[in-house]
Design a protein around this ligand. Structure first.
Ligand SMILES: Cc1cc2nc3c(=O)[nH]c(=O)nc-3n(C[C@H](O)[C@H](O)[C@H](O)COP(=O)(O)O)c2cc1C
Length: 408
């Protein structure tokens, strides 16, 4: 049986073990300013034994946020992120910034670019929820500019002590809007075959590798299966992996699903109906509820993305992270036995960040996470994301910027 507690090389990094904390949008950056609670959250993950903890959704430019209360990698947030990376390092872990752009998936009250950017223009289904009905297709000049912004963001992440960046290419965000054949309807060199649809994400990856790739691990997360009719096929996703491998990515995190069209595919189980409470307009909220009710009632299964991940394992030789319902010690060991190099875990570590230490010490071998997905509903509450089986988060700590007088 493979031992999760052995080091592994990911690009220029050596992770102390095979466990990565996958991003869980923390809701701990009101107005975009990381709070003391965000620092404490990631410090606990590092102290709990995961080799690398991922700070969710760091936008590469203001229009790239999906909600106003998200981090943008800029002068405002950087000093606070330095406090976070210092705390993670002192606790014996490493920190990864998930760098991303929402494209047409955004709920910001105002955008400097007018219509939100995407692979293709036209009607924008996610925007219907906030009354932003249309999106615009990116020009090649837009793409060049955005690739530079990703590279700049990666450099800023490095400046404040991050050890890795994860380029978000999945779940329906901008780069996923290029990869998905259901969203990308371009007929030029950036649409059509899987190789063409991944061309812009590859441009972004290369720009980030050029900027930081000899010092930071550069990770790509994408949706191998999208969970909708007309979404990427497994063969498409193998091509995507091969292109990312050829461009030099250090690790692929193999996810699934699309935030709006198929969120349940991300989680491998239905989402609670209260998730739609974030939609402000009552009519649109009712519509969102109806579509929620249509979600398949597939019961949660450990390692629910194993089959699709194995298809990618067959297609490339590079390091891969298994993701999706890895909870128990056996899940981690079996994923390594399957040939994956690392295992990314979200909900199990949200429930108990101490799990890796407990698994290593042999005091526990199962997670208490029930995959109820109530954590998703907590995302934008005052105390931020939390497991509902645990006690409340400290709301006061989530009102204090990471840098600043400690009022405790
Ligand atoms: C509350 C919550 C928030 C999440 N936010 C993000 C996010 O910001 N970015 C991301 O890539 N994935 C996000 N995810 C998805 C997880 O990273 C992961 O892909 C998914 O939960 C499946 O892994 P698991 O079975 O180990 O939980 C989130 C998941 C949860 C539960």
């Amino acid at each position: 049986v493979s031992d999760p507690f052995t080091p592994v090389h990911i690009g220029p990094l050596t992770l102390k073990n095979r466990i990565i904390k996958s991003a869980t949008n923390e809701g701990m950056a009101p107005g975009g300013i990381p709070t003391k609670l965000l620092v404490e959250y990631h410090r606990r993950v590092a102290a709990g034994g995961a080799a690398l903890t991922t700070v969710a959704y760091c936008a590469v430019e203001p229009d790239g946020r999906t909600f106003p209360d998200q981090i943008c990698l800029d002068a405002e947030s950087l000093p606070h992120l330095r406090v976070l990376t210092d705390a993670v390092h002192q606790a014996g872990g490493m920190a990864c910034a998930q760098i991303t752009h929402g494209g047409a998936f955004n709920f910001l009250p105002e955008l400097s670019c007018g219509l939100p950017l995407s692979s293709s223009g036209g009607i924008n289904p996610p925007g219907l929820m906030v009354g932003r009905l249309r999106k615009q297709a990116m020009t090649t000049a837009d793409m060049d500019a955005l690739a530079r912004q990703f590279a700049e963001a990666a450099k800023q992440a490095e400046q404040v002590g991050f050890d890795a960046v994860e380029i978000h290419m999945g779940h329906g965000y901008l780069l996923s809007q290029f990869i998905s054949p259901a969203i990308n309807k371009r007929s030029d060199g950036w649409g059509g075959t899987a190789a063409k649809r991944v061309r812009f994400p590859v441009q972004v990856l290369k720009a980030v590798l050029d900027a930081v790739g000899d010092r930071l691990a550069v990770i790509c997360k994408y949706s191998v299966t999208e969970g909708i009719k007309g979404g990427a096929s497994l063969m498409d996703s193998q091509t995507v992996a091969q292109k990312l491998e050829a461009a030099g990515a250090h690790l692929l995190v193999l996810s699934a699903g699309l935030n709006v069209e198929a969120p349940w595919a991300i989680f491998g189980s239905p989402l609670p109906v209260e998730v739609t409470n974030t939609v402000k307009n009552p009519i649109l909220r009712a519509g969102a509820r109806l579509s929620q009710l249509k979600q398949p009632k597939t019961p949660f299964a450990h390692r629910y993305l194993r089959e699709s991940a194995l298809a990618i394992r067959e297609a490339v030789a590079m390091p891969l992270a298994y993701l999706g319902g890895a909870q128990s010690l056996a899940d981690i060991q079996q994923s390594l036995d399957d040939g994956f190099d690392t295992v990314a875990m979200a909900r199990a570590l949200l429930h108990d960040p101490e799990l890796p230490n407990k698994y290593q010490a042999g005091t526990e071998s199962e997670s208490g996470c029930t995959a109820c997905n109530e954590c998703v509903v907590q995302m934008y509450t005052a105390g931020g994301t939390r497991c509902v089986l645990n006690s409340q988060n400290d709301v006061g700590l989530n009102q204090q910027p990471a840098v600043g007088a400690n009022s405790l």
